[in-house]
Structure formats: structure tokens, C-alpha cells
Write a protein that binds this ligand. Sequence first.
Ligand SMILES: *Cc1c(COP(=O)(O)O)cnc(C)c1O
Length: 222
Amino acid sequence: MTLIAENIDIIKKKIAAAAKRADRDPATINLVAVSKKQPIERVRAALDAGHRLFGENRVQDAVERWQDIKPDYPDVKLHFIGPLQTNKVKEAVAFFDCIETVDREKLADHLAAEMEKQGRSLPCFIEVNTGEEPQKAGVSPATLPDFLAYCRDKGLDIVGLMCIPPVDEPSALHFALLQKLAAENGLDHLSMGMSSDFEKAVSLGATYVRVGTALFGEREES
Ligand SMILES: *Cc1c(COP(=O)(O)O)cnc(C)c1O
């Protein structure tokens, strides 16, 4: 068994244990392996271990990385988890299976138009800036209901909410807020929790956890 396969196994067991403690069905929690900036051998090792759900935060990097691999693994699903510029929307819609970072009207407009054009209706998450940090992407909790209505009116298939908590605050507060917002707005899915806090996220209702370094090891800087 490779180290990556072992890591996947360990993380899945931790997810299952956290789910059990919270009286949740572990099968409702999906592990997004965040493969950004990871050496290709590690990605291959995850694929060899049977893993099929991955996250990338840059369109160009993801296309370079995955265009040769994806045809060999038709069941691979790629989630886009980074900031999305409108000039990358066409490629993102063509290449990804889910957009987790819908965060402004202009982006919603472009995504809706492009999905219509390509005949691809991708599930989307709205990114919420739970810490209301000025430099961070995401809609504020207060504007979420209006933004959700806007996205739906455009025809986007919004399935849930996503957040990246402030680094200097306990993430549990933000996970709890995201859980509350999803419940208030009738949304089923929550994408939250990373290497350091995915178990906490599971205990607060995450249905997708995004784990990079705990699964693959440290990233290559580029
Ligand atoms: C990089 C990244 C992750 C993974 O972070 P780790 O700490 O390596 O698990 C999760 N979510 C987003 C949005 C990221 O950009």
C-alpha cells in the first residue's frame, strides 16, 4: 500500500468516526482530495487507490494536470474550489464537474450563460465569507438569501454552501454559521473543513470536506 493510499484510508476512518459521534451516516460525507500543486505521482497514487473526487483551485493548472489523465478515468469528478475569473468561465464549465465558489452576480451571469451554451448544468455552491473579511471572496451571510434567489433565477443549480474560515479564529464557529445558513435557506450540501479541521466540519454537518496536505503531503511551491 502506498503512503497516499494509507492516508486516504486514515482520513476516511477519521471521517467515519466523526460522523458516528455526530449520529450521521458516513456515506453522506464526500472526501475531495485537493490535488493543487501536488506532484503527478501522488495524484496517480490516489487514482490507483481508487479515489475519484478531486479539487483544484486554478483552471489553467487543472487543465494541464488533468487533460491527459481524465480520459483514462471517466468517473473522475473535479471540483473547482478557487477564485474564478469570468474570462476562465468557459474553460471551467467545460472541464469541471462542480463549481464551489460562486460569489458574485457577474460570475453567476457568466456561469449560467456558459452552461446553457455548452448544455452542461453543473452543480454549484455559493461561497460565503463567514468571517466577513474584506480581502476574502464570498458573499456576506446577510446578502446570501438575495444572492441565492439571483443565482436560481439565472438557472444555476445551487446545491449548497462553501466557506474558508479566517485563519485566526476557531473554525467551528464558522462551520456552525454555515450550517445554520444552509438550513435557513433549504440547502442540502456544505463544503467545509480542510486538513486541520475536517473532523470538526463533519461534526457540524459537512457533506464535502476538502483535504490537501493531510492526504498528499506538503505542496510544491511554484
Ligand atoms: C488548498 C485548499 C484546501 C486544502 O487545504 P489543506 O490545508 O492542504 O487541506 C481546501 N480548500 C481550498 C479552497 C483550498 O484552496
